[in-house]
Every structure is written in structure tokens, then in C-alpha cells.
Design a protein around this ligand. Structure first.
Ligand SMILES: [Zn+2]
Length: 280
């Protein structure tokens, strides 16, 4: 990435932080429970029930009566259109969710995956389509190792500056390439810079994706120093917190080093890292 592009991107990140702040406190996701959220969001819409899911594997799903609503595997499960993104998870116990944005990146993502594997911790990666095409094996590894993935658009644009068709293209193409190497379409999306608008919420819901924001921003993209990142995560740790880090988009060596410290600390403190349960 060129320096000027990087600069623009960072400036936009500032703008995005402000946009998210304006969103205020919003939805809560049940820890380990996409089912619960989905159930609430999708009720009462039996025509778009579990049989409409992409890759039904559970026999319970197959027992659901099929409807005349089109081919079961073709129709994305439509969701309620939210007005604000989900900012935290809820549930019993000291659950937190770790999220990593903008990748995958061949220099940093493997190290983060290694650390997660060392502690047997799942995370959610919000992927950009243009990074996925060059690093499909990393996305396949995420699937193998039990991580969740989300849609972070193709080129990481400011969605509020795009028209509806452009937003749809960004999101759909990214879901397509993720499906190629992850094995299923993402069920979550995150607007670049946290800059959401109504079209993004509507289109995400149409594509069966819930909007996921975050609670604690490590601000690792500012490269504030490994110790600062560690401190931000550890001081922000609390039940239900969603942590935002970045595994791409710049020099992420501080992020890589920081997680090697803060992850074991949080686990020793009794936190469990979780990701929403897959629906299929
Ligand atoms: Zn991003």
C-alpha cells in the first residue's frame, strides 16, 4: 500500500471513530449464540427459517418443513434491519470476543493465528475481499481452526460516500470470495471505519449478515507501542466486550507482539474468548 493511501485511510479511520460514537450504545449479541440473536431477529419469519441457510448440516434443520419460498440453499436468510450495529456480546460468565480487521495479511495474520492456536482461542476476522484473493490459504486456515469470519467490504471504502449499488457490489463480491475459501458465506459484517448508514444495514440484512461493531478499540492502527496496546486491552476487559485489533493495513508487528502478552493475561484472569456460534 502506498503511503498516501495509508494516510488517507488513517484519516478516514478518525472519521469512522466519530461516526461510531454517534451511533451510541446499541445492540447486544448473546455470547456464543448467533442462534439466539438470529432467532430474535428473524422471528416471525418462518419462511426464512433454518431451511434457508447456506449449508444445512444439522439433521434438525432438515426436519424443518420446506416452504415454497424458492430453493432452500439459494435464498439468504433475511434478518431484521438494525438501526445500529451490535457493540458487545452478552451471556453468562466472563465472555469476550476478539476481532481482527482488514486482513488477511501474509506478514501478520499467521502470527496472530499461531497465538490463538497456542491458547485454543477462537476469534472473528473481518476480511477485505481484495486481501482475501491473494491469501485464500489463510482464510482456509481460519475455517480449519474454528475462527469466524465477517465481511469488511472489498476495498475498505467509506460506505457513506457510496451509492446503494456500489455498497452492494463491495459486500456481495466479498461474501463470494470468502465463500470460495472459507466454505460458507459470512454471517457478520463490519463497515469500514465504523461508518454505517441505512443502506449498509439494509443490504447486510438482505444478505443474512448482522452488523458487528466493537466495544474496545486497541487503536493498534496508530502504532502507539506494544505496551499501550496491551494496556488498552487489559484495562478495557470486561464481560461482553468486543475487542477491535487489526491484522493488516500497515505495520502490525505491535499488534502481533501485544496479543502474545495480553491474551494469556486475560485467560489467567478467567475470561473466555468466544465467537458467535455458526448457524449451519
Ligand atoms: Zn477496517
Amino acid at each position: 500500500m502506498q503511503k498516501d493511501q495509508l494516510f488517507t485511510r488513517r484519516r478516514m479511520l478518525f472519521a469512522g471513530a466519530a461516526a461510531l460514537g454517534a451511533a451510541g450504545t446499541a445492540g447486544v449479541l448473546l455470547a456464543g449464540g448467533a442462534e439466539e440473536t438470529a432467532g430474535t431477529a428473524a422471528a416471525p419469519a418462518p419462511a426464512h427459517g433454518p431451511q434457508a441457510r447456506q449449508t444445512p448440516k444439522s439433521s434438525a434443520f432438515r426436519l424443518q418443513p420446506l416452504t415454497g419460498d424458492g430453493p432452500p440453499r439459494a435464498a439468504p436468510r433475511k434478518l431484521k434491519v438494525r438501526k445500529e450495529p451490535i457493540l458487545r456480546i452478552s451471556g453468562r460468565g466472563r465472555h469476550m470476543m476478539l476481532t481482527f480487521d482488514d486482513g488477511p495479511d501474509p506478514d501478520y495474520t499467521p502470527h496472530i493465528l499461531d497465538t490463538l492456536a497456542k491458547y485454543d482461542v477462537p476469534a472473528m476476522f473481518f476480511l477485505c475481499g481484495e486481501c482475501v484473493v491473494d491469501n485464500k490459504e489463510l482464510v482456509a486456515r481460519m475455517a480449519e481452526e474454528g475462527h469466524a469470519v465477517g465481511n469488511h467490504t472489498w476495498t475498505h471504502p467509506l460506505l457513506t460516500a457510496l451509492n446503494r449499488r456500489e455498497i452492494r457490489d463491495e459486500m456481495e463480491s466479498t461474501s463470494d470470495v470468502i465463500e470460495d475459501c472459507y466454505g460458507e458465506r459470512p454471517q457478520w459484517f463490519r463497515a469500514p471505519y465504523g461508518a454505517w448508514n441505512r443502506a449498509a444495514f439494509q443490504l447486510g440484512a438482505e444478505m443474512g449478515m448482522e452488523p458487528m461493531a466493537w466495544t474496545v478499540d486497541t487503536t493498534d492502527w496508530m502504532e502507539p507501542g506494544t505496551d499501550t496496546i496491551i494496556d488498552r486491552v487489559e484495562s478495557g476487559a470486561a464481560p461482553g466486550v468486543v475487542v477491535l485489533s487489526h491484522d493488516a493495513g500497515g505495520d502490525r508487528s505491535q499488534t502481533v507482539h501485544a496479543i502474545r502478552e495480553w491474551l494469556p493475561h486475560l485467560l489467567e484472569s478467567g475470561y473466555h474468548m468466544t465467537v458467535p456460534r455458526r448457524r449451519a
